[in-house]
Ligand binder design. Sequence first.
Ligand SMILES: [Zn+2]
Length: 316
Amino acid sequence: MKNPLPIAVRTALLLIVFCGLALAQSPVAPAPVPVRVLIVVAHPDDEFCFAATVYEITHNLGGTVDQLVITNGEGGYRYSLLAESYYGVSLTDEAIGRAALPEIRKRELLDAGHVLGIANHFFLDERDLRYTQDIDEVLREHWHKGVVLPEIERRIAAGNYDFVFTLFPTPETHGGHKAATLTALNAVQQFAGRKPIVLGCQATRSAAEAQPSWKGFQSPQHPFSVLPQVFTTDRTVKFGFRNALDYQIIVNWVITAHKSQGAYQLDVNRADREQFVILQNGSTDESTRTEALFRALAEQAAHPKSLAALGSGVRH
Ligand SMILES: [Zn+2]
């Protein structure tokens, strides 16, 4: 049967349909690939919160992740009973534990970093004196004054990072976590160049009754604002042979790398999501850039690359 439409009309219609499809599939913002991330945390093992996200960035997106750890982790000796025979050191003796743990925990962190594909580790070796929820006690009495903020500022200026990953400063979290996160945020806010986006993380369970609170602790001396959007990495996305694998395996490898931290081992399989909010840094494009990262992560989550596909993209 003869086509009733002239060739010019048909061509124009095809072009309109094609362009419409292309527009519908084009992303709102370009995916930030390869992305550059700096983790800023108080203790060796805090990286557990965003372990799956970091693994996906280094392995699925070809990104680069560095880590800056502020303290030497010496305060973790109280939970080291089961690791005493493993390391051959009486770690729960406070004097012995505080002397030996900084080196042990550094090795544990490097093992966990190997799992995650961390490119560079930076250690500030500040003291990890004791548990407190008081951010000012940490900043005044535990850490050297005038050291941590400039060190983070130097790292941010040198690294050209797109994102800074931190722990979300809930009211009940360790004062060291609060201090690490808000010092990192201050460093970013003061940075005059292209500011990385600061994300605060909580590891959560998907059960409806376990929704996290994003109400940060209140302190007039340490004000910060949070954008409302929540970004999620699902640790239970299935992939691999017979869909038998998921990212909980990676998270659990990270947990078991930190053998000196006994109670922490009970976190195996406890949380199934990593959730993030933006701690505002004063830029105008924080939501757009973060949406682009998590869209790229979600698109690749079920397709982690094999070693052959990674080539030299992951440094170990
Ligand atoms: Zn910690």
